[in-house]
Design a binder for this molecule. Structure first.
Ligand SMILES: Cc1cc2nc3c(=O)[nH]c(=O)nc-3n(C[C@H](O)[C@H](O)[C@H](O)COP(=O)(O)OP(=O)(O)OC[C@H]3O[C@@H](n4cnc5c(N)ncnc54)[C@H](O)[C@@H]3O)c2cc1C
Length: 427
């Protein structure tokens, strides 16, 4: 069996390694245009801040691929013939497949801002290795940067720029930072943390126009509040979406919606063709809206799932309970469960350490917990997940919260003296 996987991110490489685990004889080829070797996209910021080398970003030794007989090719897939079952590369080479997996990831959102078509230099994203190179190249000639988009990638880019001594204005369209994920209370102290690190955070302020100099380099950003912010770099971090634009030009593209359309087995309607990770748009029977999961752990899980289907263990994919962890500058962040999808006004128990950026939010429906937003200390997400899956009561969770905390040396905060209130979630 010849398995060809497009994309060497966590979905693609997990798929390759899982096929190998079950099938010693399969021919496995992984193609990627971005880098030769799999790297941890979530750790890009540490490379930008010179805390990790490029090589440190690679989760596996390079020899591991040869050891597992996984062939890596650096190049872009530019077409596909689903009759002859061949993938076409940008160098004209054709690779035949018996099973084809799209694991092509996500790309940054762009909007038709005024003046953007004039920009030749100074606009950056922070998603790919090429974006990192671009950021590094422009940093020495940047005194002031404007970053737009109040989410996780935006704050990471902001932190990297501050690390290099660049003045940063962070434009957040909403009335507080990242309302999709945080309650207003947490967002308020995350914003204070950014300001403490010298970031000029501006809420409810949006870019309306970008201005360039004679060489086409970003010169200033105009905002809806009539402000003109002089800058040499414009970071656009307004979310990501499935990376399907290139596929639209294929002679026989897979079915495309917001992402690559797959059924509950992660199969496309094309024979022997699958999709996994950020690019997959999953249509579950009876579910009104399709599912896209643009996060690391889901991409990994989907990659492994497709692999098992390929080797004959065909099962319905079950999305995991949502989990994410990150940092807002120095503030640790762990989220588990449904907090991001709960409607405004949902009941939550909110615990806050007076005077410190430490809080815990426990979302519930009166009888069982639904999710957690934990800031300022480190938590074992598996324990929190179990409590949601076991439908534990809010009372049980409050009494046992200490069991989900990591040891002190890993950032455990003392839970005594927390102020506990029942408050509705504000979005
Ligand atoms: C800065 C940043 C921080 C993040 N932080 C978090 C976090 O804290 N927690 C979390 O859960 N998630 C985080 N994410 C998201 C997470 O990184 C992604 O969900 C995950 O990497 C997706 O993996 P993937 O394998 O689906 O796709 P990708 O890692 O995007 O891999 C897809 C690969 O396919 C290649 N490709 C695309 N088209 C073609 C083609 N035609 N031919 C050849 N190759 C092609 C791409 O170039 C890319 O290399 C973060 C993302 C970014 C950018």
């Amino acid at each position: 069996m010849r398995v060809v996987i497009i994309g060497n991110g966590v979905a693609g490489i997990t798929c390759a390694m899982t096929v190998r685990k079950h099938d010693k004889d399969a021919s496995i080829t992984v193609l990627s245009g971005e880098t030769e070797y799999f790297f941890s996209r979530t750790a890009l910021m540490y490379a930008y801040m010179d805390k990790l080398t490029r090589r440190d970003l690679e989760p596996y030794e390079r020899s591991e691929y040869a050891r597992q007989d996984i062939k890596l090719i650096k190049g872009w897939m530019v077409d596909c013939n689903t009759q002859t079952q061949q993938v076409v590369l940008d160098n004209g080479e054709r690779i035949p497949y018996d099973k084809l997996v799209y694991a092509v990831g996500a790309k940054p959102n762009m909007f038709p801002w005024d003046g953007m078509d004039q920009v030749k230099e100074g606009k950056v994203h922070f998603v790919s290795m090429q974006d990192l190179e671009q950021c590094e190249r422009l940093t020495p000639s940047t005194q002031h940067a404007v970053v737009i988009g109040g989410g996780l990638i935006g704050i990471e880019l902001v932190e990297c720029l501050r690390h290099h001594g660049v003045k940063v204005t962070f434009l957040v369209r909403e009335s507080y930072y990242w309302p999709m994920a945080l309650g207003e209370e947490e967002a308020t102290f995350v914003t204070a943390e950014m300001r403490h690190h010298g970031v000029d955070v501006r809420l409810t302020e949006e870019m309306t126009r970008v201005e360039v100099d004679d060489n086409g380099r970003v010169k200033a950003v105009h905002t809806n509040k009539g402000n003109v912010i002089e800058c040499q770099m414009l970071g656009i971090a307004a979310g990501v979406r499935p990376n399907i634009d290139r596929l639209k030009d294929f002679s026989q593209p897979p079915e495309l919606g917001r992402g690559i359309v797959v059924n509950e087995y992660l199969e496309t309607p094309q024979k022997n063709v699958y999709a996994a990770g950020d690019c997959a748009e999953i249509h579950f029977p009876g579910q009104e809206r399709p599912t896209t999961e643009l996060i690391w752990y889901s991409a990994k899980r989907q990659g492994a799932h497709v692999a098992r289907n390929i080797v004959g263990q065909r099962e319905v994919y079950k999305p995991p309970l949502f989990f994410n962890s990150s940092k807002f500058f120095e503030i640790e962040y762990t989220t588990v469960g449904a907090v991001q999808t709960l409607p405004e006004g949902s009941p939550t128990i909110y615990r806050k350490m007076p005077g410190q950026p430490i809080s815990q939010r426990i979302a519930h429906d009166g009888t069982k917990v639904l999710g957690f937003n934990m800031l300022g200390s480190r938590w074992d997400h598996e324990v929190l997940e179990d409590w949601v899956l076991e439908a534990r009561s809010p009372q049980y969770v409050l009494e046992n919260l200490h069991k989900a905390q990591y040891d002190v040396e890993f950032g455990r905060a003392k839970l005594d003296n927390m102020q506990t209130t029942e408050i509705p979630l504000v979005r």
